[in-house]
Design a protein around this ligand. Structure first.
Ligand code: CTP
Ligand code: MG
Length: 166
């Protein structure tokens, strides 16, 4: 899941600049995505996710870690892109519900990346997903994701990268 987990913190570290919605409003008069979704965050995040995936492919090729899921170039791209598309979709609906950028939206804020990554895999490369996603792995992802999310956001808050610790 590293190619899906890394894009968000990297976007928070290196994001900024032009927002993806070009500061435009949706038909309800509220921002389409908001200032928290930028082109730079999206690109840097996806590149970082693919980068860590390439390292994983290299490591498993070199050390033959048969018990780990065997990533492909496609699977790492789908995990990284899907994670940030999920994050973007979340922000779209968050704005529609009238929640300002950076406000808390429990469950959605934590699982947006997992949903985005797994749904994109399911649509584009289901054979990889079904060959590698076991029920215990899925349960572990559901348990680990909110814990990691919270821990990384607290670190980001004290580093001054995030304005709020969630
Ligand atoms: N970020 C970015 N581009 C993205 C995603 C994230 O630049 N595509 C950066 C922004 O600086 C953002 C930070 O990462 O503020 C944290 O991301 P997130 O918590 O997802 O955004 P929020 O600011 O909380 O906005 P939202 O309410 O829409 O979730
Ligand atoms: Mg947020």
């Amino acid at each position: 899941m590293l190619p899906a987990y890394l894009p968000n913190p990297v976007a928070a570290l290196f994001g900024g600049g032009t927002p993806i919605d070009l500061r435009r409003n949706f038909s309800d008069g509220k921002r389409v995505f908001g200032d928290g979704k930028t082109f730079r965050g999206l690109c840097m995040g996806i590149l970082a996710g693919i980068g860590i995936g390439l390292v994983q492919i290299w490591i498993s090729g070199t050390y033959g870690l048969e018990y780990l899921p065997r990533h492909t170039y496609l699977s790492i791209m789908l995990l990284a892109i899907g994670a940030l598309l999920g994050d973007l979709c979340k922000s779209f609906f968050k704005r529609r519900f009238g929640k300002e950028r950076g406000t808390k939206w429990p469950v959605a804020d934590q699982y947006d990346l997992v949903a985005g990554a797994l749904i994109l895999l399911l649509v584009v490369d289901p054979s990889w997903l079904f060959a590698n996603m076991t029920l215990p792995a899925f349960i572990l992802i559901l348990v680990l994701t909110p814990v990691l999310h919270r821990a990384v956001n607290i670190i980001g808050y004290y580093m001054g990268v995030k304005e709020v610790p969630w």
